[in-house]
Design a protein around this ligand. Structure first.
Ligand code: DGL
Length: 203
């Protein structure tokens, strides 16, 4: 049996978005081995029920544990919102790391600013995000921006088509005055160039 120290770290997402997290993990811990599971067959998670996302998350963790992973990274804001508490309760000896929308740095970046949070409908609906939002609600004007279709664009490999730009223009037009946009879904950084172009360089 492999020494725990040499065992891989398991990383999963509803699809290929988690690669944006894996990329950062490899940068900061280049000597670790990783096993990545992108559940594209079941994506998007963000429009499913909490129960469905919990079930899928448990399946992913079980699968990764079959590779003897020493830790699990839930590289998905939606799965973190829906299932991290339950996963940690079910695997108390396993290190399970989840994601949190980067609301704190966005709010602290500028006083009394307007902060748009782009995420899946499930992430924005769940208690986890609303608890986080309540911490900062007096310090900034926080706008929830559900972007369910963006996941589908990215899953199909579309990160810069005219159709994607039209979709994002329409979605973001009421929020153009935002000082910052928090990309709270691991798929969204792949569309960052287009989002930046629409919002302008000051956002
Ligand atoms: N990548 C996921 C997240 O970070 C969700 C995408 C999906 O809806 O499947 O929230």
């Amino acid at each position: 049996m492999t020494n725990k120290k040499d065992a891989p770290i398991g990383v999963f997402d509803s699809g290929m978005g988690g690669i944006s997290v894996l990329r950062e993990l490899v940068k900061i811990m280049p000597n670790e081995d990783y096993i990545f599971f992108g559940d594209s067959a079941n994506a998007p998670y963000g429009i499913k029920t909490v129960e469905e996302v919990q079930k899928l998350s448990f399946e992913k963790v079980e699968h990764l544990l079959s590779y003897n992973c020493k830790a699990i990274v839930v590289a998905c804001n939606t799965a973190t919102s829906a299932a991290i508490k339950e996963l940690r309760a079910a695997y108390p000896d396993l290190i399970i790391v989840g994601l949190e929308p980067a609301l704190k740095p966005a709010v602290e970046h500028k006083k009394d600013s307007k902060v748009g949070v782009m995420a899946t409908p499930l992430t924005l609906k769940e208690k986890k995000f609303n608890d986080l939002m309540n911490k900062y609600v007096t310090k900034a004007d926080i706008r929830k921006i559900p972007a369910p279709d963006l996941v589908e664009f990215i899953e199909s490999g579309d990160v810069d088509s005219p159709e994607l730009e039209t979709y994002l223009q329409k979605l973001l037009s009421p929020y153009k005055d935002s000082d910052s946009i928090v990309l709270s879904c691991t798929h969204f950084p792949f569309a960052k160039k287009v989002i930046q172009k629409i919002m302008g360089d000051d956002t």
